[in-house]
Design a protein around this ligand. Sequence first.
Ligand SMILES: Cc1cc2nc3c(=O)[nH]c(=O)nc-3n(C[C@H](O)[C@H](O)[C@H](O)COP(=O)(O)OP(=O)(O)OC[C@H]3O[C@@H](n4cnc5c(N)ncnc54)[C@H](O)[C@@H]3O)c2cc1C
Length: 436
Amino acid sequence: MTHPPSEQVCPSYRDTYYTRTMEPPLDAKPLPERVEADICIIGGGIAGISCAYELTKAGMSVILLEADQIAWGASGRNGGIVGPGFAADGAAIEKKLGLATAVQIFDLSREGVEIFREYTKKLGLPGVDIRPGSLSVSRYRDAQGMQDYVRHKSDAYSYPVEYVPTDTLREMVRTERYFDGVYDPQGFHAHSLNYCLGLARETQRLGGRIFENTRALTMSRQGADHLVTTQAGSVLCKTVILCQGGMVDGFHKRLQRNLLPIGTFVTVTEPLGDLADEIINTTAAIVDTRMACDYFRITPDGRLLWGGGMTGNAKEPADLEQQMRRAFTSVFPRLAEVKTDATWSGLLGYARHRMPYLREMHDGIWAATGLGGHGVNIGPLFGRLIAEAIVDNGKRHTVLDPYGLTWNGSAFGPLAADTVYYWEAVKERYFEWRYG
Ligand SMILES: Cc1cc2nc3c(=O)[nH]c(=O)nc-3n(C[C@H](O)[C@H](O)[C@H](O)COP(=O)(O)OP(=O)(O)OC[C@H]3O[C@@H](n4cnc5c(N)ncnc54)[C@H](O)[C@@H]3O)c2cc1C
């Protein structure tokens, strides 16, 4: 189902490919009064909704407050690429924690992928439309590096992925930009906005209460409980879970000081017709290996959905559409005449170590945030881990404890992030020049 922009199902969402193909919005009103619950979740992205679903399913009384609408932020406008891992590099995780713990953490990230797949199927979530495969590609010759990676993933992580040599890769992705690839048959791509809407509806069906257009404004202690206030009401609860992603406002000052919102961008073309198969001859989503990578896929209705860029400056560039067009035509010059239908930006929440943050920060206040560019698997995982911890005193989440909060650099944070991206890009360009 594709809606033209003039018939946007829900005008308050940003106009994206996802809103043009979305299921009906949730039936959720603003919170009008004072209510009580076991749990109050702040933020209705994939992290918040996953927590709400799991905890409601486990029998807790749950309230979710969303400042705008369900999956209005990153969760409703991302690349839709789902695979194991984290924003931080696997080698960096191994270096910090050792191989055994790195494997344990990686296995959790695999579990997140499987939860997404399982719920989509088991709950029959409409419009999620999972398409198989993900393909990681290098912009310079790196056969040895990629083969070593494949062997390591298989031997140390028991995770089978396949090396794709240049000739085969260029049959799959018809451009001379890429040299070597790694194919992950367990990865996939999907409609993350529809996943969030479907899971939110299931949560409501089980008795969870969701309030949209309800910003959490303050939080204070009331004896052993917490009181969260909103414009027209309040929630008295035992436990608060902070799931504000990259949209951290002043609601929780410590998180605001420690997470950095990073902007990234997506565009979608008009339907490509036969051209789609001519440029991409695989169902898989494609991601290049750079830090600020390009990622793209053919949507079920035959468009190129192309994402890329990273900036610490939360402002959207005035010429964003042209920048995105330059990026995809530099890889597929034959798309020069193709029109784009929608272009948008979104904010990721990053800690400096680029790992997600999940823990009880203080008595009854949990944070499930910092999902970075890997939230579509981490969000579902966090829902499960938090429910285990709160309901059954589970401890699996503590494996992430070494990744605490680190100051984001305040006003200098965005500049520092841009400097890191800049020098990474210089290094990557050198490799492209030297080995391309
Ligand atoms: C353009 C883009 C492309 C991406 N591509 C991919 C990809 O292909 N694969 C992948 O795995 N990940 C991808 N990501 C990352 C992924 O989308 C995020 O990591 C994930 O969606 C974060 O989910 P979240 O629930 O933590 O935050 P969000 O989805 O940002 O949700 C946070 C919610 O909290 C609400 N909120 C904030 N403050 C308050 C308050 N005070 N009161 C009430 N509500 C509040 C916001 O309105 C928002 O809806 C991408 C992200 C972007 C932006």
